[in-house]
Design a protein around this ligand. Structure first.
Ligand code: ADP
Ligand code: MG
Length: 222
């Protein structure tokens, strides 16, 4: 089971939602959960040291000659039942190798969450979103963001709405523009930002965020 999280604009909350989903899933999966970081901020959001290289960029660039277990050897234990496939430095290469990566992630026996970052028309991570069981757009109810979402290179299967007080647009508008259901609504909450800034998200996942994301986890079991 692969859950791909992506956005059309930086700063949407994609990394926070990705990491939080992995933490929620890890509680009910004693075999562990894998987070594939295609965007680069997951180590910081998990509060672990930035592993840099080698990461997914090196694995993709190495081509088909890499040993079969090379991907597993990149994994780092991030604690709390979460293993991390770090992005690494340099560009993510696209093409056939990223399709292979997407297939491996989708076929992993553990639940896998991929932080795909911002998806534009030529983002290699599009292949990962395309192979996902759930392809989740993370967005605020922001007119500029929703304009971009309407012309995104891929349709999500669901939306995680990061909701802020005082917005003119709401859940129904988001569903109409994006053409996919809102699977979870996560409030913008200073407690979340503080937990991220302190590297404490993994050890003290804010309760409201935990509760808000549970429907996504339940939806995949259905
Ligand atoms: N629900 C939330 N409440 C408050 N702040 C949030 C929330 N989600 C994310 N943030 C903050 O917003 C910023 C961007 O979040 P991030 O997950 O890095 O977005 P993206 O990965 O889409 O660029 C970070 O400072 C993060 O702490
Ligand atoms: Mg991010």
């Amino acid at each position: 089971m692969l859950i791909a999280c992506w956005s059309v604009k930086g700063g949407s909350g994609t990394t926070v939602v990705s990491v939080s989903l992995a933490l929620v899933l890890a509680r009910s999966h004693p075999g562990g959960v894998l987070v594939a970081d295609l965007a680069g901020d997951v180590p910081a959001a998990l509060g672990v040291a930035d592993p840099r290289d080698p990461g997914l960029t090196a694995w993709l660039a190495a081509g088909p000659s890499v040993p079969a277990d090379a991907l597993a050897r990149l994994e780092l234990d991030a604690g709390a039942g979460v293993s991390l496939l770090p992005r690494g430095t340099g560009p993510l290469s696209g093409g056939e190798r990223v399709e292979v990566l997407a297939g491996l992630l989708a076929g992993d026996p553990r639940p896998v969450v991929a932080d795909c970052g911002v998806l534009d028309a030529d983002a290699p991570a599009l292949a990962v979103a395309g192979a996902a069981t759930q392809s989740l757009l993370i967005t605020r109810a922001c007119y500029l963001g929703l304009r971009r979402a309407a012309t995104a290179p891929v349709r999500p299967s669901g939306v995680v709405l990061v909701s802020e007080a005082g917005r003119a647009l709401g859940r129904d508008d988001v569903e109409t523009v994006v053409g996919a259901p809102v699977r979870a609504e996560v409030a913008v909450d200073p407690a979340v930002a503080r937990a991220v800034d302190a590297g404490m998200l993994a050890s003290r996942l804010p309760r409201a965020l935990d509760r808000a994301l549970r429907p996504v986890v339940v939806a995949r079991a259905a």
